[in-house]
Ligand binder design. Structure first.
Ligand SMILES: [Fe+2]
Length: 181
């Protein structure tokens, strides 16, 4: 189930709040400029569906998101626990970083966990199938796919070749609980 846990940026690490209702998650994230909403596929989509089937099933919401933010490219990324480079894949965005464009995703299978740093707090958002999350450009964040990653997500880009992580060099991610679904 999707959920949001809000922490102070500095210890003590006792959560300030935990939310599980999508409307509550969206309301708590809106003030920091993060969009969160639940979206439905137009048809039941089997796990492992190919990119074209995934994009077709979510076409209406994909088109709306492209139009809203000027994205011109979408793809579907899929990570499974049995791929060779899974540890590397997890490590890649496990340290705090920013991007020079939005990180907009629709989770269409499995789950993953965003950690968003803003206003002296860290917002830990577990995303599951049917969640759309849009992290604005420049926001400090990291992403944990967990020790046995299993997810597929639609990704939106303005410049796919320009979508890289700019690492802040800060070790804040190490102070927070890892994602363990
Ligand atoms: Fe990122």
């Amino acid at each position: 189930m999707s959920n949001l846990t809000i922490y102070r940026e500095h210890p003590p690490a006792e959560p300030l709040g935990v939310f599980t209702e999508p409307a509550d998650i969206a309301r708590e994230l809106a003030p920091i400029g993060v969009r969160f909403e639940r979206v439905d596929a137009s048809v039941a989509l089997p796990d492992g569906a190919g990119q074209d089937a995934v994009l077709a099933a979510y076409q209406a919401v994909v088109d709306a998101e492209k139009k809203a933010r000027g994205y011109n490219t979408v793809d579907v990324v899929r990570i499974r626990p049995d791929v060779d480079n899974v540890a590397q894949a997890r490590q890649k965005f496990l340290s705090e970083h920013t991007h020079s464009e939005d990180e907009s995703r629709i989770m269409v299978e499995g789950s993953g966990c965003f950690y968003l740093r803003a206003q002296g707090k860290v917002f830990q958002v577990v995303c599951t199938r049917g969640d759309l999350i849009r992290v604005p450009e420049g926001m400090k964040h990291w992403f944990d796919m967990g020790p046995a990653p299993l997810f597929a997500a639609i990704r939106f880009f303005i410049r796919p070749d320009g979508w890289v992580g700019h690492f802040t060099g800060e070790t804040i991610a190490e102070r927070f609980p890892k994602y363990a679904p």
